[in-house]
Ligand binder design. Structure first.
Ligand code: 5AD
Ligand code: SF4
Length: 332
């Protein structure tokens, strides 16, 4: 095993990670201070053509009522995000087979006219022409998580899909000039500390602008519903390692952390994360963007959820920022 890999495995396995967490925090404070960038996520459709075995939106989940927001509702949700102080709007959906590429383009252009706001797309795997078209329409960033680089775990959890194809798409997005993000799920069934360590190093070699890592949360209506959840501690260590390995990348405290524990986001920020990505999907449908349990509480109005999150950030000693929050890795 290469030395670097051995060191990362040792940090994932060590009895105590307080020194790693302190270092990650220090690196984050050095680059971003106490500023936390806010991205409002509009989850505009929960249709998906894929069948990832961990995900509630998988095609095979017949229990999930499907929705698709119309153009006006999407722009309205984005407008709400901007008014609530988000410097970035993220357009997210399942990987729709019938996605209307032009319609997405029109939505991007409309959102860009709302103010000084960046647009991030998180729409899965598409062709080069589509990615280029959306970039021409004004999209700034694209998020496409690798989930894992390990061929066996990837094949098992994402039937019919390969890490190699996905990696090709990540590289394509970088070539097209997107601020590009990727990431991992920790604790997927079959993962070991060695596999995770390798994933962390492989991800860090991509010179990404954004990196997201969150724990696996079992969803009862999926084939992996009976598997154990990823460990919170391991996911925090993965976040801290990614911060140390990628000082300038934007790293969110993911909602999957919040799904495992009430103070999950604060914990993520305390180990090097510098971004939060609250859902701004309207209450009428947000409960149906049900990736995993604990995601998207539809009983609380969006505005209140965001205010509460901003309050939580201030109480934890952070400054919720309205800046677009371009990654200094992208600027460099
Ligand atoms: N646990 C954790 N993360 C999940 N995702 C989907 N299902 C789960 C789950 N059960 C994440 C994946 C995907 C994003 C849409 O949600 O990382 O990229
Ligand atoms: Fe679809 Fe993404 Fe869920 Fe896979 S992880 S089923 S591609 S929404």
């Amino acid at each position: 095993m290469p030395k670097r890999l051995r060191e990362v495995v040792a940090l994932l396995r060590a009895p105590d990670a307080s020194a790693l967490f302190a270092e990650a925090q220090e690196v984050r404070d050095g680059v971003f201070g106490r500023e936390v960038f806010q991205r409002g996520v509009v989850e505009f459709s929960n249709h998906c053509r894929k069948n990832c075995r961990y995900c509630g939106l998988r095609k095979g989940n017949a229990h999930l009522p499907r929705y698709s927001m119309d153009c006006q509702a999407i722009v309205q949700a984005a407008d709400c995000a901007v008014r609530m102080g988000m410097g970035t709007v993220v357009l997210q959906s399942g990987e729709e087979s019938a996605l209307d590429i032009r319609r997405v383009g029109r939505i991007i252009s409309k959102i860009k006219r709302l103010g000084d706001v960046a647009v991030t797309l998180c729409l899965g795997e598409h062709g080069e022409d589509d990615y280029r078209y959306w970039r021409d329409c004004g999209a700034d960033r694209y998020l496409l998580k690798m989930e894992t680089f390990h061929a066996g775990v990837h094949r098992h959890c994402r039937p019919g899909q390969t890490g190699r194809t996905r990696l090709g798409k990540v590289r394509l997005l970088q070539r097209l000039g997107y601020e590009t993000g990727s990431g991992l799920i920790t604790g997927l069934p079959g993962m070991t500390p060695e596999i995770l360590a390798n994933d962390l190093l492989a991800l860090s070699q991509l010179s990404l602008d954004m990196i997201a890592v969150g724990p696996f949360v079992p969803h009862p209506q999926t084939p992996l519903g009976d598997s154990a959840a990823g460990s919170l501690e391991e996911s925090l260590r993965a976040t801290a390692l990614l911060r140390v390995l990628n000082p300038k990348a934007n790293i969110p405290a993911t909602s999957a952390l919040d799904a495992l524990t009430p103070k999950g986001r604060e914990l993520g920020l305390s180990v090097g994360a510098n971004v939060v990505m609250p859902s701004v999907t309207p209450e009428s449908v947000r409960g149906e963007y049900f990736l995993y349990p604990g995601k998207n509480d539809s009983s609380v109005p969006v505005v209140n959820t965001i205010r509460r999150l901003q309050q939580r950030l201030r109480e934890a000693g952070y400054h919720p920022s309205s800046a677009r929050g371009v990654s200094p890795a992208y600027c460099a």
